[in-house]
Design a protein around this ligand. Sequence first.
Ligand SMILES: [Fe+2]
Length: 252
Amino acid sequence: MTDLHCHILPNIDDGAKNLDVAVEMLNMQKEQGVRQVMFTPHFKIDEMTYDTFVQKREKSQQLLSSHEAYRNSGITFKTGCEVYFSLKLLELEDLQSLCFEGTDYILIEFSTKMKPYGIREALMKLIGLGYTPILAHVERYGYFAENPVLLYDLVMDGCLAHINAETLLKNSVRRKTAMKYLKWDLVHFLCSDSHSNEHRTPNIKEGYEVIRKEFGEEYVQWLISNSEKVFDGRDIDLSVVKKPKKFLNFWI
Ligand SMILES: [Fe+2]
């Protein structure tokens, strides 16, 4: 399996707080059956310059790759990041270092508190420049849950989306939202978004189990193959998206 979103790189964000935690998280990924990992530390352009971020990420990866657990893990690693949405991103000359390594896929998260201004236009511009935005943990945004057509429109524009495994395992309100997004085929990947070895741990296997029970093996295999393809920089096979409809007060 492939995990496209996790915070295993040490000492760079609110993920692994040191090398020991990072190594423990790598071991947990291995126990989960994960064999490809994309490192995705947070990048906020309003808080750190692009150059500083890239330098910090390189230093963190050098530290982790110096450990024998990294070299002997049997896991293939690549580097990307989780980009916090800002219109300032469009001012950057080159977004390639923010993409998943060797690909044009770029992982983007939004504010959970309020719908950011201009997301559709900005994401369309990124798509026009040849990038494919992957929207992080779409079940977390209340403004999508209140009006899932917003998410539908972004997917129809060419964005891809993922949900977190943890959502399916722990949070009942978000879980219902995530299940609806899966039902409408608005989700393309399951990721761990793991942050530590104690809370928000690597848990992608258990997440797939929940999807398997509800939607069957074929759906799970499609999600798994999507992550593999994106890791390799290939296109995924898109399914037919269903448009959410409102019936009385419910989105069905
Ligand atoms: Fe994350």
